[in-house]
Design a protein around this ligand. Structure first.
Ligand code: FRU
Length: 497
């Protein structure tokens, strides 16, 4: 990554204005721009950061390299973009929120979190720096865990001294992504860290006042050899459960290059970091999902954001000088000891027209709904003696290209297949994602579909598959095919503005 650090600028405003406006123009010419998902206005978007409620609004930042695709000359700036919203649906872009402009974050204002404390939004982030100790070839990463403070005018002041500096004894300099939370009038944060033996874990630290931070220690789990690094940990509690979301890198036997999952069990002992007898689950079984971050809404809901993308994958949008989007925010709950997710109910603010259709399907049928890939569509499969059902979205008139959901009722599995696309990408990680479910009961599939993405919720969010899909202009149809029998399917479609 260091080789990318050419022409580092401290502020986006330091580059000639024609340069960045040209980047925006190229991005705006993309046919893949989404309607209601947060995307980068140009450059690359990564992890959601600082997701919080403060001063009457939701605040959401994300990792942002606005000039990532600038050429002749190329510039580098890696910070946080800032957006605010009153309803988590309509967002106002405030542009650069934090930029890599201090000695503590010169090589990247990396991920972090935020917590409203009285009149201030406390921000806790990782400043990434490199130092060259002996020769030009001996670069070492030095991560700083830094505090910053945003006032009600959205003005942010960063501390000039770090709370903690890596590497800590026993650990490498992979140490980042503080997620701050408050419990029983005490503050805590969890951070991702790599042990000297090159295994990943999370560190728990605590503070009475957000100034003095003490290291409680590693979070103690039964997963002591579980990947080489844990990125973006997030600890929260729902009912009697403690949940640690994190992104273990280097796990084998999973289809995605990097994973996002969670450990769930009894609440963590915040005095000792003990979090034993927990179980690990993948949070989202789709192709493109990483770095989830939650916040607690004023009404008590636990709301999840995440990057609908994975680093190292080249997306077709790069041609238009941008990449990445965030998921549509989800409400997280627990059912039968596991996380269930659903799109926040505020999605109804986007409802324009609604169609309700019930059909007995015995062959291939086009679903008569408006031709625009902006919808919240639910398929409920009732009585059925079919062997399998195919749900195709992003389909052209002949249903040659599409995103296909295969529901095999005989063998009890669901497959999401994105092989039929005019803009294939990341094929080396497989073009299918599969999971086994009991399909004997009523099955419900809800899809939040935007111009170039789909978030597929099975049975009220017991399983979720999120992915990007890049379609031609004529791929706006939906088809259902029933194989080897007949199925009764009810469809509820809401076109979104
Ligand atoms: C995860 C991550 C974080 C880091 C940030 C840098 O995608 O690698 O660990 O803080 O991205 O952009």
């Amino acid at each position: 990554r260091r080789s990318n650090f050419v022409n580092m600028v401290k502020h986006l405003s330091d580059v000639p204005s024609a340069c960045y406006s040209n980047e925006i123009k190229i991005t705006q010419s993309s046919p893949f721009r989404q309607a209601f998902h947060i995307e980068s206005e140009s450059g690359s978007l990564g992890d959601p950061n600082g997701f919080s409620y403060f001063n009457g609004n939701y605040h959401l930042f994300h990792q942002w390299s606005p000039l990532a695709f600038s050429k002749n000359p190329h510039y580098t700036q890696h910070g946080w973009r800032h957006l605010i919203s009153s309803d988590l649906v309509h967002w106002q872009n405030l542009g650069a929120g934090m930029e890599s402009d201090s000695n503590l974050d010169l090589y990247g204002t990396y991920s972090g979190s935020a917590l409203a404390v009285n009149d201030i939004l406390f921000i806790f982030y990782t400043g990434n720096t490199w130092k060259n100790t002996e020769s030009l070839d001996n670069w070492q990463r030095v991560p700083y865990q830094v505090g910053a403070y945003m006032d009600k005018k959205n003005h942010i002041i960063k501390n000039t001294a770090p709370f903690l500096t890596g590497p800590l004894k026993g650990y490498t300099s992979h140490f980042r992504d503080p997620k701050v939370f408050k419990k029983d009038n005490h503050y805590y944060a969890v951070l991702g860290i790599q042990r000297d033996n090159l295994t990943g874990t999370a560190l728990l630290i605590s503070s009475p006042d957000l100034h003095d931070w003490n290291i409680v220690g590693e979070i103690k789990t039964n997963y002591s050899k579980f990947g080489y690094m844990w990125e973006c940990p997030d600890y929260f509690e729902i009912g009697n459960y403690g949940i640690l979301n994190f992104c273990p890198q280097g796990l084998e036997h999973y289809p995605n290059i990097y994973q996002a999952g969670y450990l769930i069990g009894n609440k963590m002992n915040l005095k000792t970091g003990e979090f034993f007898n927990t179980k690990f689950y993948i949070l989202d079984e789709g192709f493109d999902f990483y770095a989830p971050q939650t916040m607690k809404a004023p009404d008590g809901r636990r709301i999840l954001s995440a990057w609908m993308g994975i680093s190292e994958i080249k997306y077709p949008t790069e041609k238009y000088h941008y990449t990445g989007c965030l998921i549509f925010p989800r409400e997280v709950n627990i059912k039968a000891g596991k996380i269930i997710q659903k799109p926040i109910h505020e999605i109804t603010h986007l409802y324009k027209t609604s169609d309700y259709i019930t059909k007995n399907i015995s062959n291939e049928e086009r679903i008569p709904i408006p031709n625009k890939n902006q919808r919240d569509i639910t398929f409920t499969i009732g009585q059925s003696n079919s062997k399998a059902l195919l749900l195709d979205i992003f389909a052209d008139e002949k249903n040659k290209n599409h995103l296909r959901i295969i529901i095999n009722q005989k063998k009890n599995y669901i497959v999401i297949n994105r092989a039929h696309s005019s803009f294939p990408f990341a094929e080396e990680y497989g073009e299918e994602r599969k999971n086994n479910f009991n399909l004997s009961k009523n099955l419900q599939i809800r899809i939040i579909q935007d111009i170039s993405s789909a978030e597929i919720f099975i049975n009220n969010g017991e399983h979720v598959f999120s992915l990007r899909y890049f379609a031609q202009d004529n791929q706006t149809n939906c088809f259902i095919t029933s194989i080897g029998g007949e199925s009764k399917v009810s469809i509820e479609n809401h076109q979104l503005s």
